[in-house]
Design a protein around this ligand. Structure first.
Ligand SMILES: Cc1cc2nc3c(=O)[nH]c(=O)nc-3n(C[C@H](O)[C@H](O)[C@H](O)COP(=O)(O)O)c2cc1C
Length: 194
């Protein structure tokens, strides 16, 4: 199993999503010994915005970002909410993996995803909370990511939300604990034979 571990926070060691995406990967590896993990930290090493020149050159050389995505069976993404959607660092990655003829095609029957068979797990981090009625129309992160991956043929998309850290000064520990409990429920440590 090839796991691609992506982070896209700009907040370095203070990131909320980084340790939670790492915990998710740790649990996947524990349950799948022999899994190979590739790491891409888009906060520390951002991918440049796609340019017209890059777009025109598509097909002339293999883009390592696209190749890495295609080779992955499971993709774990740490996705902070910035301005109600994904970080621009993650958007720059998406602009490199959504490639006509590689991961999707337009056919007479409509769009066809070519990247099926993968699983995507997204750990979000949010200052506000979509469970709070004041913000529930503001989510352009989960619906956006579901659309992108569905378009590429990937329906197996799981979200773990760490949300509401900015709603009070001391909210963070409980938000983290709740997200950790959800990761623990979804990806329990395998029973070790006594
Ligand atoms: C530039 C910036 C924009 C943000 N915009 C939003 C927002 O639109 N909605 C929200 O709920 N939280 C917003 N936040 C709060 C982040 O979602 C929150 O800090 C979360 O911890 C981000 O995850 P990270 O720590 O892994 O980067 C923003 C934070 C930053 C730094």
């Amino acid at each position: 199993m090839n796991i691609l571990h992506i982070d896209s926070s700009i907040l370095g060691a203070n990131s909320l999503t980084r340790p939670l995406s790492a915990l998710t990967v740790e649990r996947l590896v524990a349950a799948n010994p022999g899994a190979r993990v590739e790491r891409r930290d888009l906060g520390e090493n951002p991918i440049p915005h796609l340019t017209g020149a890059d777009f025109s050159a598509r097909g002339q050389a293999i883009d390592p970002v696209l190749a890495q995505f295609k080779a992955a069976d499971v993709i774990v993404i740490g996705s902070p909410m910035y301005n109600w959607t994904v970080s621009s660092q993650l958007k720059a990655w998406i602009d490199r993996i959504a490639v006509a003829g590689e991961t999707f095609a337009y056919t007479a029957q409509g769009p066809k995803g070519l990247a099926g068979g993968k699983r995507v797990i997204v750990v979000t981090g949010r200052g506000s909370s979509m469970l709070d009625a004041r913000y529930d129309r503001f989510d352009h992160q989960e619906p956006y990511l579901r659309t992108v991956f569905r378009f590429l043929g990937i329906d197996d998309v799981t979200f773990v939300h760490a949300q509401g850290v900015a709603l009070s000064a001391d909210a963070r520990p409980a938000v983290v604990a709740k997200a950790e409990a959800e990761i623990d429920r979804l990806f329990p440590l395998p029973n070790v034979a006594a």
